[in-house]
Design a binder for this molecule. Structure first.
Ligand code: MN
Length: 197
């Protein structure tokens, strides 16, 4: 099967003024699309060509000769998850079951925000900041480059892309400003809650 580039779940200008149409256009049509194109080329004619994206990720992680396939597959998956992690008019205080779970596992929203922002800020170079659930407990984690929790049997609930291409056009080197805007204005808590069940 061919891996397809999914549509964004909103219009390209829907996240303005926080993330510009220009950023979303480059990020989706150039970066995300390139990972899809590269992956399809790399798996064509191989035994991975008929696998799902998730299976490709799990079968190539930590295999030196499959690094290119892993990187592109994981980046395809991570970006699709990232688009869904945002919505117009999102962010701020959580709602639903995740709100109670954040209070229970982090001792409150402020601690949660501080830890998630810190993960994004301290990811050296390119990567991702994540909210995951492990043994029924919420945890913050960060991954480098293309690495993704699902490659390690972990269940992600939310992600923030901290590659420079995610924010440079709008915030230049201000990763902290982008993280603040993401948390205050963009988090799709309905999506996070849907991943809890
Ligand atoms: Mn990206």
């Amino acid at each position: 099967m061919t891996i397809n580039l999914p549509d964004l779940p909103y219009d390209k200008d829907a996240l303005e003024p926080h993330i510009s149409r220009n950023t979303l256009t480059f990020h989706h049509e150039k970066h995300h699309n390139a990972y899809v194109t590269n992956l399809n080329k790399l798996i064509e004619g191989t035994d991975l060509a008929n696998e799902t994206l998730e299976e490709i990720i799990k079968k190539t992680v930590n295999k030196a000769e499959k690094t290119g396939i892993f990187n592109n597959a994981a980046q395809v998956w991570n970006h699709t998850f990232y688009w869904q992690s945002m919505k117009p008019g999102g962010g701020g205080l959580p709602t639903g079951d995740i709100a109670e779970k954040i209070n229970a596992d982090f001792g409150g929203y402020d601690n949660f925000i501080e830890q998630l922002k810190n993960a994004g800020l301290t990811q050296f170079g390119s990567g991702w900041a994540w909210l995951i659930i492990k043994n029924n407990k919420l945890e913050i984690m960060k991954t480098s480059n293309a690495d993704t929790p699902i490659a390690h049997g972990l269940k992600p609930l939310l992600t923030i892309d901290v590659w420079e291409h995610a924010y440079y056009l709008d915030y230049q080197n201000g990763r902290g400003n982008y993280l603040d805007v993401f948390l205050n204005n963009l988090v799709n808590w309905e999506f996070v809650n849907s991943n809890l069940v």
